[in-house]
Design a protein around this ligand. Sequence first.
Ligand code: COA
Length: 416
Amino acid sequence: MSKALEGIKILDMTHVQSGPTCTQLLAWFGADVLKVERPGVGDATRGQLRDIPDVDSLYFTMLNHNKRSVTLNPKTETGAKIFTRLIEECDVMVENFAPGAIDRMGFSWEKIQEINPRMIYASVKGFGPGPYEDCKVYENVAQCTGGAASTTGFLGGPPVVTGAQIGDSGTGLHLAFGIVTALFHREQSGKGQRVECAMQDGVLNLSRVKLRDQQRLAHGPLPEYSQHGQGIEFGEATPRAGNDSGGGQPGWILKCKGWETDPNAYVYFITQAAVWKNICDLIGRPEWKEDPGYAKPEARLDKIKAIFDAIEEWTMTLDKFDVMNLCNPLNIPCGPILSMKELADEPSLRNSGTIVEVDHPERGKYLTVGNPVKLSDSPSDVERSPLLGEHTDEILKTVVGLNDEEIAVAREEGAI
Ligand code: COA
């Protein structure tokens, strides 16, 4: 079976997380990703958060599967020539250096286009054009400047960042979508183009329901926020909503049996209007089915907290999985809070290829997250990440066209 992006060559100048997430996705779909790394140094994450001395970190391995590694310093004379050849041979170049770094290497977008007019040049930056366009940005800066932090956390508490890497991996995902779209466009136009994604924009895109609420505030309070039911006034901006569902169906995180000692003995419970009667029966409050104070969603709005307290009395008697097993047949949406330990051990995720065990020559076996996007005709097996410069000679010979002697000279000059 062929892979969807087979035949596409990616000149991968990415580092840390956002860019590597993007090129890893493309590699899973079959693109040949040539990861360019600084000679003797490599992607900084190879050495960050190491759990085993002198072995590539999980931070690196889990973001760089299915790629080939070539060491190259485009700032040397020979390195610049090799880099130019790689631009000629590749379809897409991806980078997420600080603003201006690729220009400082001597490869502006104009020059790249001159070398290869079909090249798609994709970048992640912290901010788009504007006052902060020159700033360096990491994950939590993006979460804070993109609207996620101001709307996450509990009312009255400080802003909170989320564990999901919506700034880095989220922007990498956006960029991959932009690249594939530009490849599709190139089929008609015959030309490459620039693809840019700012982390602030990516986070804001993922927080768009909060901008929805910002505008709704101009027309009155937001009834689905539990603060409304508690009589707490809204301020000027979309508030932090705790564990409110964010949609039209109230939800909250409730304690389950064992919560006193297990930090993840909780369940997310949604009081979906269509199954209200099922909920009443399940938690032992059948009288609420017909009570005018509870029967209709609008009537329940000022009692949401008390209702969840009552549901919690019931969930606290049960294991979180039992809650789900009892709710599912009644169409009551809920989800146990799963720890990373539970996810790592979950057989269905292993079977679907979402959690994958990979063997690495230096670290041995480890777990990673496989491709979350499944294509029926384009399998994406996870292959271990490359060692630093593992494919340098191979790439210089087969892609760039150098011979052994030329490679030896380049190595002596420190270009590779
Ligand atoms: N050979 C020689 N030099 C190389 C090289 C190579 N193969 N690859 C990179 N370099 C150099 C670059 O030329 C640059 O040097 P310069 O600043 O002298 O021009 C430097 O290494 C890389 O710089 P930079 O990107 O500034 O690294 P940093 O570690 O200081 O900053 C980030 C890291 C992530 C903050 C920054 O890259 C950034 O803001 N990126 C954009 C936003 C982003 O993606 N952030 C999320 C990362 S997960």
